[in-house]
Write a protein that binds this ligand. Structure first.
Ligand code: ARG
Length: 459
């Protein structure tokens, strides 16, 4: 038998393979709540504009709530023959309220319907990402505040570079997640135009009120071009781009946690709650959550690439290719939320080991730059000469197997005769970080300034 929603011109029903490739209900049932919200707004508008009677619209709006509760209770009989969530809901509405259900689709198409539903869903994800990012930033802020003046090695090339503070390192992630947050908010503001009422592609001859449905669904305004409204998926791509960049940040932080929790570093101890053991090695405590967060960028960025390629060659307006948008976005969103929540939990729970951080801070001649700066400031050497003298002192310490502060004054003076004992003041790691007071620098006072600024922003 032919399709009950569109089968008028068909004599035969679809081949099983046709149904298998065409049906999206297995995944787009996740749009049920959005679909019903969109239909309820549409029904109210149809009555307000006199296109359907008040009693019919009331029956539709009530019936849709019944269908929603059936879906929420898990009792709803989803049908593959009805292809997608839109037709499953409408067909069930017909069973529940009878004839008025057939009037719901007046002045509307599945094309504007699905674009609206999906936008509402993505918008909810942006709001969830917003809240999750704020929570994670607060966790980083708490770490930064507790260790605003703890010293640790700062790295370039993963080689010890200069001492920094733990607080400064944590605040670097607050800046990154803060930009992710602003990207989330930008994307939300840009996408918040309502496709509903664009109909199949050209608009409709019914006297619909698109301002009304847009407002009802929390959009800022109706989308201004019907062709664009039904074929735009860049809101989904923008979500995936924002998610990809955020996942990249999460992955970098995860990588650091993996390194820092190793026996060689011991910079942090992860909580039992966010670690796993080994089935053979009894001593093991593995940072699996961090590793999985590090891996999530793969599928999230993969979704971004996949949907970009789906869209790149499509002529206007709607093509069924677009149905492939949902699984990519669902999977990326689920995994982004999981990664954000796991990172939040890990950061909240983890202990930074002040002693290990401080012990590592001075290794690797990390105050060599401070020494070169001292030669410039106190002895008046040109920086290039100071760099060379310091290099010779580093070589001396390396040969002796000690750190810079352990060279004797005589050993220092054998490289440059004017060096005096005040040089030792700048060789300590605490003095080093305290001296870096330039705006945005690692000095504890600068770190506290940024901690307070972000606390005010996040409330
Ligand atoms: N399930 C479809 C989708 O996800 C809904 C839109 C169908 N429109 C159509 N003209 N066949 O894109």
């Amino acid at each position: 038998t032919s399709n009950q929603m569109w089968g008028g011109r068909f004599a035969a029903g679809p081949d099983a393979i046709m149904e298998a490739i065409n049906a999206s209900i297995d995944f787009d049932k996740r749009l049920a709540a959005q679909d019903i919200a969109g239909s309820r707004a549409h029904a109210a508008m149809l009555a307000a504009t006199g296109i359907v009677s008040d009693s019919d619209a009331e029956a539709m709006r009530e019936g849709l709530l019944t269908v929603l509760s059936e879906i929420e209770s898990g009792a709803f009989p989803f049908s593959k023959a009805l292809e997608d969530i839109h037709m499953n809901v409408e067909a069930r509405l017909k069973e529940v309220i009878g004839e008025p259900a057939g009037r719901l689709h007046t002045g509307r198409s599945r094309n504007d319907q699905v674009a609206t539903d999906f936008k509402l869903w993505v918008r909810d994800q942006l709001d969830a990402a917003d809240a999750a990012l704020v929570a994670l930033m607060k966790a980083c802020l708490a770490q930064a505040e507790a260790g605003a003046d703890w010293v640790m090695p700062g790295f370039t090339h993963l080689q010890v570079a200069q001492p920094v503070t733990w607080g400064h390192h944590m605040m670097a992630y607050v800046e990154m997640f803060g930009r992710d947050l602003s990207r989330v908010r930008d994307a939300r503001a840009r996408m918040n135009e309502c496709p509903l009422g664009a109909a199949a592609l050209a608009g409709t001859s019914f006297p619909i009120d698109r301002e009304m449905t847009a407002k009802e669904l929390g959009f800022d305004r109706p989308a201004a071009n019907s062709l664009d409204a039904v074929s735009d998926r860049d809101f989904a791509l923008e979500f995936l781009s924002v998610a990809s960049i955020c996942a990249m940040h999460l992955s970098r932080m995860a990588e650091e946690l993996v390194i820092w929790s190793s026996a060689q570093f011991r910079f942090v101890t992860l909580s039992d709650r966010f670690s796993t053991g080994s089935s053979i090695m009894p001593q093991k405590k593995n940072p699996d959550a961090a590793e999985l967060i590090r891996a999530k960028i793969g599928r999230i960025f993969g979704a971004n690439v996949a949907l970009t390629l789906v869209m790149k060659g499509l002529p206007l307006a709607y093509s069924k290719d677009m149905q492939e948008d949902k699984e990519q976005v669902f999977d990326a969103a689920d995994n982004l939320m999981l990664a954000l929540a796991a990172m939040d939990g890990m950061v909240r729970d983890m202990t930074a080991n002040q002693g290990a951080l401080e012990a590592a801070a001075g290794a690797g001649f990390s105050t060599a730059t401070d020494l070169a700066d001292w030669l410039v400031r106190v002895l008046g050497l040109p920086f290039r000469d100071a760099h060379h003298v310091t290099g010779a002192l580093v070589a001396k310490a390396e040969a002796k197997g000690c750190d810079l502060p352990e060279l004797s004054l005589e050993e220092m003076q054998s490289v440059h005769g004017d060096i005096d004992k005040t040089v030792y003041d700048v060789l300590g790691v605490h003095n080093s970080v305290a001296s870096r007071t330039s705006y945005g620098g690692t000095a504890p006072e600068q770190v506290r300034l940024q901690v307070n600024r972000w606390k005010e922003i996040l409330g």
